[in-house]
Design a protein around this ligand. Structure first.
Ligand code: ZN
Length: 129
């Protein structure tokens, strides 16, 4: 299986803190000042009540909500799916650095940062915990 390469993300003023933290191995989510709910992907305004939001570090832990495995690909088998974070938000992601046959709904996973091409920040993806 060849090593997959990932396109570097392009930070903008709204996402800059997220990518700066990712480069330090921290996975940030946002919490609403009004309704106190957390969400992902990070947004300046709460997607539930349009309140102002603050950055917060996630534990980077969660469980597999759903997933699919693509077995025939030029870069080898890969898996996409959803993770429900310990803090609540559900994230669409790739599962990497693990035996894909061991993935199952409810499996414990944790964030792992994968280097991207060029000088961009790393991507937060998930692996079996
Ligand atoms: Zn809110």
């Amino acid at each position: 299986m060849s090593e997959r390469t990932y396109l570097a993300p392009t930070p903008n003023p709204e996402t800059e803190p997220f990518w700066t933290a990712a480069a330090q191995g921290k996975f940030l989510i946002k919490r609403c000042r009004e309704c106190k709910d957390v969400h992902y992907y990070p947004r300046a305004l709460c997607p539930f009540c349009l309140g102002e939001t603050d950055w917060e570090e996630s534990r980077g832990e969660g469980v597999v909500y759903s997933f699919t495995i693509t077995r025939r690909s030029p870069t080898g088998p890969y898996s996409l799916g959803y993770v429900t974070l310990a803090e609540g938000p559900r994230i669409y992601t790739n599962f990497v650095d693990c035996d894909l046959e061991k993935l199952h709904i409810g499996a414990k996973v944790k964030v792992v940062f994968k280097a991207t091409d060029g000088a961009g920040p790393p991507l937060p993806l998930f692996t079996l915990a």
